[in-house]
Write a protein that binds this ligand. Structure first.
Ligand code: OAD
Length: 229
């Protein structure tokens, strides 16, 4: 295995933990309109509706457990670190299942179990439902807290760190992502241009499947373990 691995995960890695994906049959964005629920404009127009949507999703995350794919990634990260390499784990997921499996992950689309205060910028843990008038634990302002997730039209987080990690890697592995949301969807092309080997682990070919040197298809709980064994 290469010593510097960049892993990009998407909703497919948490699907077997019971958390829905976005674009598969029955996926979240097939049942709900993201423009009504996942934009800053939607939050300004109807904060109660947006918060209620995220309350439901947060309850799902709190009730879910990491699966074999999360655990295999955590083990691979520890193993590589122990022999002087590294596995940089970049996730588009807003759940905390990578962390609960023991991995360190960079959440480019934010984290559902955190809130951000629009007044002071403070970020705080949030495991229960979030009320519209809940005061910020830091500045005390009521009505300014939002889920610390990236909405459509907003800039993903940690882009500099991610770019640096990609540049320092030998192998790029995309797991459980459809390759339809940028900038993450563009990382495989960037990786190729940088000379990294590229690998896709997914239930079925993604939109970017033709850009990967190696592809493995099946449930993440099986193929991730096999790949990182
Ligand atoms: P998608 O729902 O677009 O894609 C999920 C991918 O996981 C698909 O390619 C499925 O084939 C695959 N999949 C499903 N079940 C799987 C399993 N058991 N094992 C392996 N693969 C499986 O989700 P993402 O690509 O993560 O952004 O979506 C990217 C972003 O779009 C999300 O982070 C979210 C969404 O809008 C924001 O909310 C900003």
């Amino acid at each position: 295995m290469a010593e510097a691995v960049f892993v990009l995960t998407g909703a497919g890695v948490s699907a077997e933990s019971g958390l829905g994906t976005f674009r598969d049959a029955g996926g979240l964005w097939r049942r709900f309109d993201p423009m009504r629920l996942a934009t800053p404009e939607a939050f300004a127009r109807d904060p109660a509706e947006v918060l209620a949507f995220y309350d439901l999703r947060r309850r799902g995350v709190v009730a879910a457990q990491p699966n074999a794919a999360h655990r295999a990634l955590a083990e691979a990260q520890a193993r590589l670190a122990a022999r002087g390499g590294r596995l940089f784990l970049c996730t588009q997921n807003v759940d905390d299942l990578h962390e609960r499996a023991g991995a360190e992950a960079v959440h480019m689309h934010g984290e559902l179990l955190k809130t951000r205060c629009q007044a002071c910028g403070g970020i705080h843990a949030q495991h229960g439902d979030l009320g519209v008038d809940e005061p910020c634990p830091a500045c005390g302002r009521a009505g300014g807290l939002r889920p610390d997730v990236v909405w459509f039209g907003e800039m993903p987080k940690h882009l500099d760190r991610i770019d640096e990690a990609l540049r320092g890697s030998d192998l790029f592995v995309a797991i459980g992502t459809s390759g339809s949301v940028y900038p993450a969807a563009g990382y495989v092309a960037e990786a190729r241009a940088l000379g990294l080997r590229t690998c896709e682990l997914n239930l079925e070919p993604s939109d970017n499947a033709h850009l990967f040197d190696l592809v493995r298809y099946g449930p993440a709980s099986e193929i991730v373990q096999e790949f990182f064994r």
